[in-house]
Write a protein that binds this ligand. Structure first.
Ligand code: SAM
Length: 274
């Protein structure tokens, strides 16, 4: 598949060419395999199949899904969460505290939060119950997440103390998260572009390295509107390190504590601050 064909497929799905710059080769290979399996000799024929069949459309989107992640990705962010944001949420949120890892891939982000929560809660006097949702539109990734076994390359930001407290060796170069970390995580299949929002209000949403990287601005805006709607006023939204909200207005202000952390305010407040 050449770049022109790949671009045509991305456009069809509202996906962004530049988002795929590092994973183009793999994505093209997966698409070519899918085209062969549905006997489409050209991209035109393949897109025709996609128009006719929701199942093929879904399969194509899954072929284009990128699960790259790791534990405690963006170390500085996790320090800010640990020292400022989560202790503040414990005081302010009420019960339960709702956290959502949206586009969670194989669960690295959700488990990272669970580890942090475990540590912060042990130091706090009184903690609300935690409702941790982790969603993705790719069922295969969610199954891997629930299993919780990882190659050591995705654990390179995990300290040795955390490694021994929260993981057990699981064969060559692999580690399994401890059973107690898995408890209570609500893994759900959900497509950010069209499925109903989670029970709200959500107090902290991780929306990193998915919607705002791989989709074109109109798709981004439609889905982000729904994510922001589910956020509690005063709640936090975490974006990836190369991401920013598409052209607004958005009821969000950037937090001084970290450049990829936003707080939901009223629209009037966001005009005053941004
Ligand atoms: C690169 S991973 C990011 C994982 C994690 N958030 C992180 O930053 O490390 C992107 C994930 O977003 C998921 N994704 C992409 N589009 C989605 C959509 N429309 N709805 C739900 N999940 C989606 C993919 O399946 C993939 O697992």
């Amino acid at each position: 598949m050449d770049d022109g064909d790949f671009r045509t497929v991305l456009e069809f799905f509202g996906l962004a060419w530049h988002g795929y710059r590092k994973v183009r080769k793999v994505a093209k290979k997966r698409l070519s395999r899918l085209m062969a399996s549905c006997e489409a000799a050209s991209v035109r024929a393949f897109l025709e199949r996609c128009r006719q069949s929701e199942a093929i459309r879904e399969e194509a989107l899954r072929a284009l899904a990128v699960p790259i992640s790791r534990f405690f990705r963006d170390r500085r962010l996790w320090i800010v969460l640990e020292t400022e944001i989560v202790p503040g949420l414990i005081r302010w949120s009420g019960d339960p505290l709702r956290v959502w890892s949206a586009g969670c891939a194989r669960g690295e982000e959700a488990y990272s939060f669970k580890i942090l929560w475990h540590e912060v809660a042990a130091r706090a006097e009184r903690v609300p119950s935690l409702e941790l949702w982790a969603t993705d539109f790719h069922v295969g990734f969610l199954e891997a997440a629930a299993e919780g076994v990882y190659h050591r390359s995705s654990l390179r930001e995990v300290s040795s103390d955390r490694l021994s407290a929260f993981f057990a060796p699981a064969g060559e170069d692999r580690y399994a998260v401890s059973g107690f970390l898995k408890e209570g995580i609500r893994w759900r299949r959900s497509d950010l572009r069209r499925d109903p929002p989670l029970p709200s209000p959500v107090h902290l949403v991780f929306l990193r390295n998915n919607l705002l990287t791989y989709y074109e601005p109109p798709e981004q805006a439609r889905a982000l509107r729904r994510v922001v709607k589910s956020l509690a006023e005063g709640g936090f939204l975490v974006l990836g390190s190369r991401e920013r909200p598409p052209p607004g207005p958005w009821p969000l202000v950037r937090c001084a504590a970290h450049p990829h952390l936003f707080r939901k305010v009223t629209l009037w407040d966001s005009c005053r601050f941004e």
